[in-house]
Design a protein around this ligand. Structure first.
Ligand SMILES: *Cc1c(COP(=O)(O)O)cnc(C)c1O
Length: 406
């Protein structure tokens, strides 16, 4: 079985991090992270969504209008809702899951306080188009890059977050780099940083003594669960039960806006140490995902598939494809020993709790129903990639209607 997910850490990362520190590792992690992405300030949170929540609360965005993609991870609108931001969703393009500049331009108004630019699956957004939209609407709204997927999507001028006032990263177990759970908020403005930090520190409690141990056990369990032959067992458990939900994408709460119970507990120094070790490998981890995905792109095109176009260099946290009949493709691929992902299998405005959101989002809804993700974790071999492509081609040749869209 080729699993769809394999955590990016080695067992050594968690063992070597399980030591007594000097209590400064969170600060070091925040500074290192900021340095790498060329921001002056970093704030480490228990989840990526917690960073979003704190920014709304402490940055003066309560009650203000916030634009964001309809096709994105549900935890972001959840956090905004709960913090009291006013969400306005933007539809995807007809032929691409990212939000096109025209949709941003149509939505911008003097009421817009923030735009969340999200390079979904690491595919760069149309940054120059977004800039032109801000300029033509004379909008000086705050732009937050949600880089929870690919960390460093680039366009022709460099990393997309190069001049944005803020960027947010997810550091959960399935992300490009991980601190087991966690999220990082990078900021450029000192006074905003000071406000968000003060708000966080006033509202968050210190983790219990057991928190590091439970994160350690969780990480070791995940590590073990995604090695063969346990992968078969996990695949079975995942399909038949909800036992593994916390280990997989399903903890993204599709039942309505809420935050995790431990949202207001600081992450541990242990997590910061794991995160710092991962930062040291970030280039390598990202480069591997990139080269696997590039290989997919070339081989899939040769087989007549149509991968998504990208303007610039994607950071490829995932390798997405759009198919006509997803469930059947997933089942058929499983028969070939390949586990596909279907990350973001919804459009946010369709989720419970967002009935009052204005607008129609036909493209986001279509992507929510049609996207699959091919396995692209670091460590996959060329032969694994070849197996995935061959299996897809076999499934398609046997049943082209599963792939063809009308
Ligand atoms: C994972 C993710 C986040 C943050 O996730 P947390 O689980 O809260 O750490 C934010 N945005 C996107 C697009 C994501 O995929």
């Amino acid at each position: 079985m080729i699993p769809r997910l394999r955590p990016p850490f080695d067992l050594m990362d968690i063992f070597l991090s399980a030591r007594v520190g000097d209590g400064m590792d969170i600060q070091r992690f925040e500074q290192d992270f900021a340095d790498i992405f060329d921001f002056p300030y970093g704030l480490f949170f228990p989840y990526g969504r917690s960073a979003m929540h704190a920014l709304i609360k402490a940055g003066g965005f309560e009650g203000k209008e916030i634009l964001m993609p309809a096709y994105t991870c549900a935890v972001i609108p959840h956090a905004i809702r709960i913090a009291g931001g006013k969400i306005r969703f933007l539809d995807s393009a007809l032929d691409h899951f990212n939000v096109p500049a025209a949709n941003l331009r149509d939505a911008l108004s003097p009421n817009t306080a923030m735009m969340i630019s999200t390079p979904i699956f690491g595919y760069p957004v149309d940054k120059s188009g977004y800039r032109a939209a801000f300029a033509s609407a004379e909008s000086d709204c705050f732009e937050l890059y949600d880089l929870a997927h690919g960390f460093v999507p680039e366009d022709i001028k460099g990393p997309q977050s190069r001049d944005a006032p803020a960027a947010l990263f997810g550091l959960g177990i399935s992300k490009t780099a991980t601190s087991i759970y966690g999220g990082m908020l990078l900021l450029r403005d000192l006074s905003l940083y000071s406000e968000v930090k003060a708000w966080r520190d006033a509202n968050y409690t210190t983790p219990s003594v057991g928190a590091s141990l439970s994160r350690f056990i969780y990480a070791a369990t995940i590590w073990a669960a995604f090695r063969n032959p346990l992968v078969y067992l996990c695949d079975f458990l995942e399909r038949q039960t909800k036992l593994l939900d916390p280990l997989t994408e399903y903890y993204y709460s599709k039942d309505g806006p809420r935050l995790p119970e431990d949202n207001f507990v600081h992450p541990t120094q242990f997590q910061a140490r794991v995160g710092r070790r991962q930062l040291g490998k970030l280039r390598m981890l990202a480069a591997r995902r990139w080269s696997i995905s590039e290989t997919y792109e070339i081989r899939l095109k040769k087989e007549g598939f149509v991968p998504f176009e990208s303007k610039g260099t994607p950071a490829f946290s995932h390798f997405p494809l759009s198919v006509a009949r997803r469930e059947e493709v997933v089942t058929a691929m499983r028969c070939h020993g390949i586990q596909l992902g279907n990350l973001i299998d919804y459009s946010c405005p369709d989720l419970p709790g967002y009935e009052d959101c204005e607008g129609a989002f036909p493209n986001a809804r279509r992507f929510g129903r049609s996207m699959i993700n091919l396995p692209n974790w670091p460590g996959m071999q060329i032969s694994d990639i070849q197996r995935v492509v061959e299996a897809l081609a076999k499934v398609r040749n046997a049943a082209p209607q599963l792939f063809e869209r009308d």
